[in-house]
Design a protein around this ligand. Sequence first.
Ligand SMILES: [Cu+2]
Length: 238
Amino acid sequence: MKCRSLIQILATTLPAAVLATAAEAYDAGSISNGGTVAGKVTYSGAVPTKKVIPTKDSEVCGKIRDVKLVLVGPGNGVGDAVVFLKDVASGKDWGEPESLPAIDNVACEFEPHVQVIRAGELDVVNSDPVLHNTHGFYGRRTAFNLALPNKDQRIKAELTRPGLVRVECDAHGWMLGWIYVADSPYYVLTGDDGSFSLTDVPPGDYTLVTWQEHTDAIETPVTVKAGETSEVTIELKK
Ligand SMILES: [Cu+2]
């Protein structure tokens, strides 16, 4: 089953309490004998695009344009893919709390387009002088729904459950963003060259999940050994 579909089904059919336990289940500690999972996410072939047709606020939202659905960089590397180890019960500490994550409405697009955050608060920002209505979903269930009529407006939202949140704008149908709420620290966004690295992983067998907004999610078995790096290349296909 596709990972995205599975998350959507979980988000729509399980009570919130069941999903909430997943986040609480992660047992953080210090890892002295960990290994590393590192590698690259690639996509070869023609880069698919979608046509964005702004239907209003064109002075801010711009003109008709083609938007790439896969961010392909040097050496066919794919940026903005989320790579994570699935269902990790225990491992390294989360580290220093990150500054409050944010999703901004900029020229009628979401910035960042894809991000990974810890469960908790998130600033929803409007940098445009037009109304945006930022609407986040776990599957079909609303996670937050905020009207931001004013430029430089900023409202806090809370994403307490792990999983994939799709972000839309009720005012501009083409706007789309993605937030992965991590259930362990073993989540990372690929760089522009498609590279990624997950460090301090307790030795053992894992499922590595690679998610990209346009292609199918891919699950790859990986074995981590103490003090070693497991190299993985993930080839995305559509
Ligand atoms: Cu909008």
